[in-house]
Design a protein around this ligand. Structure first.
Ligand code: GLU
Length: 302
């Protein structure tokens, strides 16, 4: 569990699949304020594992947008695309513990076999029917009967039985890209992240990451899953919902708007101050507890 005597190290880890939109900027700002208000470090990591969906020009654009909003990070930016040997090493550690196996199931086969309970739960088919080596295969990790429990700083107690909820999950994809959960568990450890503050949409995947940390004997950071911004139809702002590019918005007004979404009440005239003064005010008034138990915040359209 997190050790409160360690210096605070937080991070923002965008996937460069598009420009930074308001929803991601909201999370970035929250993690920045949390780190700065605790006199900690704030790191930025680019989660560009998926070569098909991630583009280098989006990474650059995201970093420029963060800088334009005054969200300056500490230390060099880590790119997951350059960390394959660390992930490979982790995979080998899991394999030496006899925790992994090849899986050749296609999405179509998985869908045909599901009986309706949870579409996410893998049925262990390739564990019971070992695949022939010649086929393109993914690698899954056995989850056994582990129930992962954690105390999220914002959402409270979380408990997930991995075999009920997800089953043996993928750590190396068929296209040989390392899976997100493996990469994040390894990176958060290697970057000495003391607290992961991110959107609640990722809360469900946290027990898988904690499980990997346990099997790999890595540190488990503290977790704070904050609400996500949603539109008036309650859809999470995302690339899929055509959320607007934050680089095209007025910086000060957008920062002030986000502070309101973060449940702060900045003075009205702060909007005409330099952005660094807006951020200083926010660091001084920031309270993670204001977001406790909230799962979404509806954005206003004006
Ligand atoms: N890269 C992930 C995303 O953009 C976030 C990873 C994380 O914060 O752990 O959704």
């Amino acid at each position: 569990m997190a050790n409160s005597t360690l210096p605070y190290r937080g991070r923002f880890a965008p996937s460069p699949t598009g420009p930074l939109h308001l929803g991601s900027l909201f999370t970035a700002l929250a993690s920045f304020l949390q780190a700065r208000s605790l006199n900690g470090k704030w790191l930025v990591r680019i989660d560009d594992l998926d070569p098909l969906r991630c583009k280098a020009h989006f990474s650059k654009q995201i970093l420029t947008t963060l800088e334009n909003y005054g969200l300056h990070w500490d230390e060099g930016v880590v790119h997951q695309s350059k960390r394959s040997s660390a992930y490979q090493n982790a995979l080998e550690i899991l394999s030496r513990q006899n925790l992994t196996y090849d899986c050749v199931c296609s999405r179509k086969q998985l869908e045909e076999r599901y009986t309706g309970e949870s579409r996410l739960t893998y049925d262990g088919y390739c564990l019971k029917n070992p695949a022939t080596a010649s086929k393109a295969s993914a690698i899954r990790i056995k989850v056994g009967q582990n129930t992962i429990q954690l105390n999220d700083l914002t959402q409270g107690a979380v408990s997930q039985n991995l075999s009920d909820k997800v089953g043996d999950f993928i750590v190396l994809r068929k296209d040989k890209a390392f899976a997100y959960h493996l990469a994040v568990a390894v990176d958060d450890n290697d970057q000495n992240i003391s607290e992961v503050l991110r959107g609640i949409d990722l809360l469900d995947s946290t027990p898988r990451q904690v499980y990997l940390q346990q099997r790999l004997e890595l540190k488990t950071p503290a977790y704070a899953h904050i609400p996500v911004l949603v539109d008036s139809h309650h859809a999470k702002l995302s690339k899929q919902t055509f959320a607007a590019d934050a680089s095209e918005m007025p910086i000060n007004a957008t920062l002030i708007k986000l502070l309101h979404y973060l449940q702060l009440s900045p003075p009205v005239d702060l909007v005409s101050s330099p952005k660094h003064d807006i951020l200083s005010w926010a660091i001084e008034h920031w309270q993670l507890d204001n977001l406790k138990k909230r799962t979404s915040i509806v954005v206003s359209t004006h």
